[in-house]
Every structure is written in C-alpha cells, then in structure tokens.
Design a protein around this ligand. Structure first.
Ligand code: SUG
Length: 448
C-alpha cells in the first residue's frame, strides 16, 4: 500500500504579534514589541502550503486557536463581560493579556508528537498533544489542540489520541520539534528518535546553565510508552546543553531528519558517535540504511544556525529518491550558510535542491519552515480517513486566502490587543474557518 508523509501546516492566527514571550528563543526576544502584520504572516504561510501542494506533496492545514483566550484570563481571576476581562487585564497585567493573545499555536511542530501506525503496538496512528509547559502562553494551547486534532483525525479505527502529559516541568514536552522518525518507506516500521534537553529525575545528565531545556527525557519516554513503541524502534539522545544556551530551544533548530537521513550540526548532540551507531543499527534491523550529513562548525557556526534557521528546514523526499530542502530566506542572507548549501547540493549527495521561502513574519518570533508543520505519515487507507476539509487543494487555498484578506489586520501592536473589537473580529473569523475546514465546534466560544 502507498504511504505518504503529510505536512499539516499551522495557519497563522489573526492576533500574530511580537510579545517577547519566549526566554531562550533569540528571535522572540530581540523582536519584542515590534508591530506585526498578521495578514502578511498568514499569507506567507499559505504560500508555502500552496507551493508544496503544487510540487506534488501531500499538504494539510491545522487551524489556529481562539485568541485572546478569555477563558484563560478568567482562570487568572479577571471577571466581568468578555470586554471587561480584556480591559482589566490590559490595565492590571498587560503581560498576561499579551500571553493570552499569542498566535503561537501556528508552530504546529509543537502541537503534538505523532507515531505512524507501522511503529505502534495497536497499528493505529498515535497523537500526544504537547503540554508546552515551559512557557505560559504555550501551555494554554493543548486543550484546543486536542479538540482540533480530534476533529481532523476522528476515525478511531485508525487514530488514537492521548491527552497532554502532566502539566509540570518534570514532564515538559514540546512535541514533534524534538522528535524525528527514520524509515526506509513511510509505511514501514521505522526508528523514532526522541531528543531531550535534560532529565528531571536523573542528575547524571548535564543541564544548560542559562536558558531552559524545555523537553525532558521522562516526557519523551512517557510518549513512547503511550504510543506503544517497541524498544528496538526508539532511540533517545541528549541535546548538547551548550547549544541550548546559545538559543537552540528545540532540537529542530539544529537538526532535521527524513527517510533514512539525519542532517545535523556538529555541536547538536552529546555523545554523537554512540547515538549515530544506535540509529544505524536499529534502522538496519528495520531494513533501512541510516545516513547522516554533519555540518561542521568550521563551515556554519551555532550562531549562524540560530540566526539563519538552516536546520529548521523541511527535508522532503522526491519521487526519484533524492531530497529537497525547504529553507527560510534568512539562509540566503547568511553568506556562510548559503555557500554551504551551494556546496551541499552540488556534491552529488542525496540533498539535491534548496527552495527558499519568505516566512519573515513567523521567523521574527523564532518559527521557520519546520516549526510551521506537523508531519503525519499515513498510508492510503489512513489518508482517506482524515477529515477531507483539512487537506489542501487549489479551491481550499483560494477560500483560505480570501478568508485572510477579509478578516485579518495588516498591523498589530501591543496596544491593539486591548481593543475588545479584536476579540469580536477573531471569533467571527474563526467561526467561519471551522465551516471552511469542516471542523465542527472546536473553540471555547463555540462550546461554552
Ligand atoms: O515556542 N515562539 C515559539 C517558536 C516555536 C518554534 N517552534 C519550533 N522550533 N518547532 C516558541 O518559542 C514567541 C512568541 C512571542 O514572543 O510573541 C514564541 O512563542
């Protein structure tokens, strides 16, 4: 049976703004308080989805969340009508209003960890929503993420959904941003590669000194258990704590994998040699031939990687077996990175082509091409069981761009977040979106 990797991209929500909310994420911190352009952000994301669809890849779309999150503000003690809740939060605790307005759910690589049916004990595709517990503005995403994923992958014969892990730092889980899967074919059993930043219970693992390590080993292990993965199909590796301290807040800022290939920076991991040997031997048992492409620090520094997002790229398999790398424009702007990419694609290796996308609106918050997509490997039967409303087609692209043009502002600054009109605009837009994507009622304002 045919199988595919389907990329579900996060649609940027109408409150996209630069809140400076993510300590440890260099772009988020350095662009704090700049005014944003939500319309441009959403259109840039849609242009990437359209381009991949036109190149023949399976492409889907994941809906944004309801923001401002009035229910979250109520849990923090703000009361009255919805407009009063926003007004009081703006007056008494602006940082909490900013957090409750973040459009951060666009970075759907953090929505969940997904294991394809070929890897799991019960032969279903498993999803665990990420608790994103390291940052308040992201920790409020998972209840709606679960409802949206449930509406997209509703068929219980093929899809199993797990609630987010316990909401404590010991089980900090950032989803697929720290998870890669190696395989010969998407429909065959593979090796799931979980990368963690620290251990919550075992102090033999070194932790970063400056910035938080968001993913724990214990969270990754819990996800592997929930999904029913076999020990022979799992490899755990620790991120180098020094690169976390240089702004590598997720492993997908320093490494990307696809098929049998891992593309990574020399400084990305601790114990790289034993990790590569384990990946090689476990993939060999699954019938695959593991290959790695190491980018040396002499060619590209960690700082170059963090600024250009070279590794936050999408590594895609083409029908002839070769691979294509989807990178953000910032890679072209960095001379060392661009030179490296020219050499890589002309070296006769597997990665033959680079395509550049303008994702500046998202990039300024630390979200590149890979952050914006959640990969779900599906066989033909499973793909047919996905809610067809969320699969990208030329008419859906047309409807979504018209929807963005109609509802989104082209400028948003912090003071605009306090405007009660913004809440009404967002709810009107999202109500229409659930009809376009045929999701049913998934947002708090539609349910309560
Ligand atoms: O969690 N930025 C996100 C970026 C997530 C990128 N995802 C991956 N690497 N997979 C984060 O730090 C910034 C929001 C702000 O500052 O307004 C933010 O949440």
């Amino acid at each position: 049976m045919k199988s595919y990797e389907v990329n579900f991209d996060g649609l940027v929500g109408p409150t996209h703004n630069y809140g400076g909310l993510s300590y440890g994420n260099v772009a988020s911190q350095s662009n704090s308080q700049q005014s944003s352009n939500p319309k441009e952000a959403a259109l840039q994301g849609l242009a990437k989805m359209k381009a991949l669809m036109e190149m023949g890849f399976q492409q889907g779309v994941l809906a944004p969340q309801e923001r401002p999150d009035v229910a979250a503000l109520r849990r923090l003690g703000f009361s009255g009508t919805d407009a009063q809740v926003i007004e009081r939060a703006a007056k008494e605790a602006m940082p909490l209003l900013v957090a409750s307005c973040s459009a951060s759910s666009m970075w759907v690589a953090n929505a969940a960890t997904v294991s394809p049916s070929a890897d799991t004990a019960d032969g279903r595709v498993h999803f665990t929503a990420a608790n994103l517990n390291c940052k308040y503005h992201r920790s409020i995403e998972h209840p709606t993420t679960s409802r949206v994923l449930g509406a997209m992958f509703a068929n219980q014969q093929h899809f199993a959904h797990h609630a987010a892990l316990p909401a404590v730092a010991q089980f900090g889980d950032e989803g697929a941003a720290n998870h890669t899967r190696f395989c010969r074919e998407y429909g065959e059993a593979g090796v799931e590669f979980f990368v963690f930043g620290r251990s919550a219970f075992d102090n033999r693992f070194p932790a970063p000194q400056k910035y938080p390590a968001r993913q724990t080993l214990e969270a990754s292990q819990a996800v592997a258990r929930l999904h029913g993965l076999r020990d022979e199909g799992v490899v755990y590796a620790q991120q180098n704590p020094n690169v976390i301290d240089q702004g590598v807040f997720h492993n997908d800022v320093i490494a990307v994998g696809n098929g049998e290939v891992l593309f990574y920076h020399e400084d990305a991991f601790l114990d790289t040699d034993s990790m590569l040997a384990e990946l090689q031997s476990k993939l060999a048992k699954a019938g695959g031939n593991f290959q790695s492409v190491c980018v040396p620090r002499s060619a590209v520094t960690v700082d170059d990687a963090v600024r250009s997002y070279l590794f936050n790229s999408q590594l895609l398999s083409r029908p002839d077996g070769s691979m294509l790398l989807i990178v953000p424009q910032e890679c072209q702007a960095n001379e060392r990175v661009w030179t490296y990419l020219q050499e890589l694609t002309s070296s006769g290796g597997l990665i033959r082509e680079v395509k550049v996308f303008d994702l500046k609106q998202s990039m300024q918050n630390g979200g590149g091409p890979a952050c914006l997509r959640l990969r779900v490997a599906l066989n033909e039967t499973e793909l047919a069981a996905v809610n067809p409303g969320v699969i990208m087609t030329p008419p859906l692209y047309g409807s979504l761009t018209a929807w963005v043009e109609k509802h989104y502002r082209d400028r948003l600054s912090e003071t605009d977040l306090a405007d009660p009109q913004l809440l009404l605009e967002c709810r009107t837009a999202l109500d229409e979106l659930t009809q376009i994507l045929k999701l049913g009622a998934v947002y708090p304002f539609q349910i309560n």
